[in-house]
Design a protein around this ligand. Sequence first.
Ligand code: PEP
Ligand code: MG
Length: 450
Amino acid sequence: LDDVAQRVIARLRGLPAPGVPDPGHPFVLVAKDLAPADTALLDLDKVLALVTTEGGPTSHTAILAREKAIVAVVGVADAAGLKDGETVIVDAAAGVVVTQPTDEELARAKNRADARASAASAPITPGAMKDGFEVPLLVNLGNAEGAAEAVALGAEGVGLFRTEFLFLSSSQAPTVEQQRVVYEKLLAAFPGKKVVVRVLDAGADKPLPFLNDAHEENPALGLRGLRALRASEDILREQLTALAEADAATRAAGDGADLWVMAPMVATVEETEYFTSIAREYGIRTAGVMVEVPSSALLADRILAVADFASIGTNDLTQYTMAADRLLGSVAAFQDPWHPAVLRLVREVGEAGRANGKPVGICGEAAADPMLAVVLVGLGATSLSMAPTALADVRATLLQYTLGEAQAIAEAALAANDAASARAAAQSAAASTSSPAAEAAATREKETEQ
Ligand code: PEP
Ligand code: MG
């Protein structure tokens, strides 16, 4: 609305609409924050990178930048002091902006940018570590239309289909028929591949009027996710009916996928039993839960004795572990999945998965951070799911390390006291494996220290 208001005011005053400047050559765009329309319309041939002084990692600017694979660092308050014409290095992997870089730093940055470009054009192979240990690389989707692009970028399936995104603007619960059409389209786009659909995750940042009608002081801690569905069980039953029908129809047509269904915001073993048994009533063959609440990570051994799989949502797991609202810029610094407290919880779930012989996927934004992806595999993740644009970087980085090396890198991160030291410890542990990616990581670490 702010964006629209500014545009209307400019029109009334006879001024050009506010927007991104065009200096006539490629440049790094520094802004307080960007309006969604500006981020969506950025000319990627001109804007080399984006730096904002406000906003957190889950702000709309960050999310859109990630979707468009724009190099971006958000929430850099000091960037307000940058002058037009200054040369900077924007290092999104380390989350820093290097000012007054030396020629040597510039040359190294260029090498890294070239390496990233060649990763993007490298042949698409199934996700694996250097020793061949397979780590399927899946995608997060919010609608079936995104499937074709994801397949073109090498998605080996879908790790998270956010069904609530389909109905954010509906005031009434969708019908079975409305849902079945979408699910059929999705499943048919991934014949024979794994497709993990999450039942409606309504509440907090994604309220659905037909599921969340009460005012809550703290909606992130309220009747959301599976709790809200349980309070309106008919809606859950209709969704499971639509999924089962879409599964049957696509299988009958010969282009069925391997459908897995999971529940969001599961906090207890009892909720796991509730969801898996109701899903099985509808013939869902693989029923699992998301681990986004510390309680379910801590009891993952018991949860995975019941569920067929777990998928860790690192966005919410970080929010709840650090007690920091994921939408609030003022506490954005706490919202860092590298924090060893979060990594310990991931390790709990990884170990529970191994002990129970059950898969443990990761579907939060953490899986899209290439070095953190290595750490997550070292902690026991068996698949990673991310925005399609992140696939190439993660695929190239996993290939640089063996599973044993990933475990050693994860141990180094776990031993740190905070997120920044965990990131640095992982980078130096990676450097001791002396792969090209590790050398780049070590250089980055040195630059960050300086
Ligand atoms: C998460 O919490 O990490 C997750 C994947 O779910 P969402 O971002 O949709 O809450
Ligand atoms: Mg979540």
